[in-house]
Design a binder for this molecule. Sequence first.
Ligand code: HEM
Ligand code: HEM
Length: 150
Amino acid sequence: MLTGIQHLHGTLRWVVLVLLILSIVKAFTGMSSGRSFGDGDRKRGLFTMISLHLQLVLGFFLYFGKGWAGKLGDPNTMANAVQRFFSLEHMVTMLLAVVLGTLGHSLAKRAADDKSKFRRQAIWFTVALLLILSSIPWPFREGFEAYGWW
Ligand code: HEM
Ligand code: HEM
């Protein structure tokens, strides 16, 4: 069960990345072209946010299910780069990214005019993407060879 969840979480990363990049490109081009913010733009932002929420739920299943939560603060865990990464760094940074990514959708929804809607998506989704890129256990990183591309 946890193995399946981990595969799903590992694969969904690509959905998150593609949707975020697409939303960011569309938001910046929308902003500069001055076109109106359509239902497609709102839905793209919504799906981006939903993909982040799904990662959040799956991530917490793994975090508690695989015992990472119990290792938080343990000196031996903190001394090991990979263990510290999953018990602390990945969880905190991704949590922040999900919160900021959610703002990208909900603040855009509340903005008064179309340009502000695009601008809010552009800013918050970009910050979320940078945080996510910094905290993915990319298999090429030293010590993370066991984590695959899927
Ligand atoms: C946008 C958000 C996220 C992305 C893109 C992401 C990405 C990933 C990736 C690519 C893996 C490696 C999967 C593998 O190859 O086995 C992973 C593992 C994991 N992630 Fe996330 N993650 C996100 C959010 C979270 C959150 C919010 C948590 C919450 C605590 C979390 C907890 C974990 C845990 C516990 C593992 C498994 C580590 C292990 O036991 O080996 N993730 N994540
Ligand atoms: C730990 C789990 C979750 C937390 C803490 C969470 C949190 C939130 C928050 C705070 C909002 C309000 C955003 C706003 O201001 O509009 C929201 C909205 C939403 N969430 Fe989640 N969520 C979680 C899981 C999920 C999951 C698993 C899904 C679907 C697969 C999901 C789908 C949605 C949708 C569709 C909205 C409404 C978006 C809108 O108003 O347009 N969430 N969530």
